[in-house]
Design a protein around this ligand. Structure first.
Ligand code: CP
Length: 312
């Protein structure tokens, strides 16, 4: 039983349901390793991918996940839609639903837009990133990758480094990792770390060398220049000097450190190329796990006939 109608975020999302998504994702990863990477689980189900913002990984992996589950999929791009002629978000959503669809996967620049969408349509909604709010499917694939690497999540030391303030990936990871019993430290420029972040159960450390020494894994974020005003970060060179995960910093550490990045990467800024391409990096494993995780979420939401009891 998976009692959720939608998948909007990991805030207050039950730990056992996170584990169920991860466990189911591992089962689907086995499917992805077969010569024929397809199962009939969502035959007859129609899903619309509604992307109002750029995406490479999330968009392609959702579409692949849908095809691997035998769902019918339609891709919507805001830039070529009637939104350009002045149609509202609500009218767009209701017109799409009128075509008898079962679910919408949406990326949108406005925080809370996925929840807002659930007020307009009856179809199931999956949040593929809503502004600076949450990116819950990314956090699931990150946690799956951590579990795959270490065999567990509980009691691990996980650092999230970078622009925490503007990062939906950071927020969803924090909710998920704390719920799963990991120790989480955030690190980055003071003006890019929310003031009350410790209320979420994380520690703050501005010294990246200490954080790299402490962590079992680091999840490295890019500076989100499209979401911030001018002048929050002086220069790429300065950012790299103070908070970059550089080869020198990694080489100083004696033990192995698992390197994660949700992408897209800005090489030479928040991460050096040698680090991103090293054996310690699981960045491309995260990408593959993204397909399995999204198969799991879609299957749990749409592949069961039981009534959903929970809106979250
Ligand atoms: N990690 C992530 O969300 O990447 P995209 O923006 O390419 O989807």
């Amino acid at each position: 039983m998976f009692g959720h109608k939608h998948f909007l975020g990991l805030e207050n999302f039950p730990r056992e349901d996170i584990q169920k998504i991860i466990d189911t994702a591992f089962e689907f990863k086995d499917v992805l390793n077969r010569p024929i990477k397809k199962v009939p689980s969502l035959q007859g189900v129609t899903i619309v991918n509604l992307f109002f913002e750029n995406s490479t990984r999330t968009r392609i992996s959702f579409e692949l996940a849908q095809k691997r589950l035998s769902a019918d999929t339609v891709n919507f791009s805001a830039s070529t839609s009637s939104l350009k002629k002045g149609e509202s978000f609500k009218d767009t959503a209701q017109n799409i639903e009128a075509m008898k669809i079962d679910a919408v996967v949406m990326r949108h620049p406005a925080p809370g837009s996925s929840k807002h969408l659930t007020e307009f349509i009856d179809a199931k909604v999956v949040n593929a990133g809503d502004g600076t709010h949450e990116h819950p499917t990314q956090a699931i694939l990150d946690m799956m990758s951590i579990q795959e690497k270490f065999g567990k999540i509980k009691d691990l030391n996980i650092a999230i480094i970078g622009d925490i303030n503007h990062s939906r990936v950071a927020r969803s990871n924090i909710y998920g990792l704390i719920s799963m019993g990991a120790n989480v430290t955030v690190c980055g420029p003071a003006n890019l770390i929310p003031e009350n972040i410790s209320n979420l159960g994380v520690k703050v450390n501005y010294n990246i060398d200490e954080v790299i020494e402490w962590a079992d894994a680091v999840n490295i974020l890019r500076i989100q220049r499209e979401r911030m005003g001018i002048g929050l970060v002086p220069s790429n060179r300065e950012y790299r000097r103070l908070f970059g995960v550089t080869s020198e910093r990694i080489n100083r550490r004696k033990k192995e450190l698992v390197i994660m990045h949700p992408g897209p990467i800005n090489r030479g800024v928040e991460i050096d190329s040698q680090v991103a391409d090293s054996d310690q990096a699981i960045i491309l494993d995260q990408v593959l796990n993204g397909v399995a995780s999204r198969m799991s979420i879609l299957y749990l939401l749409l592949g069961h006939k039981e009534e959903s009891t929970n809106e979250g």
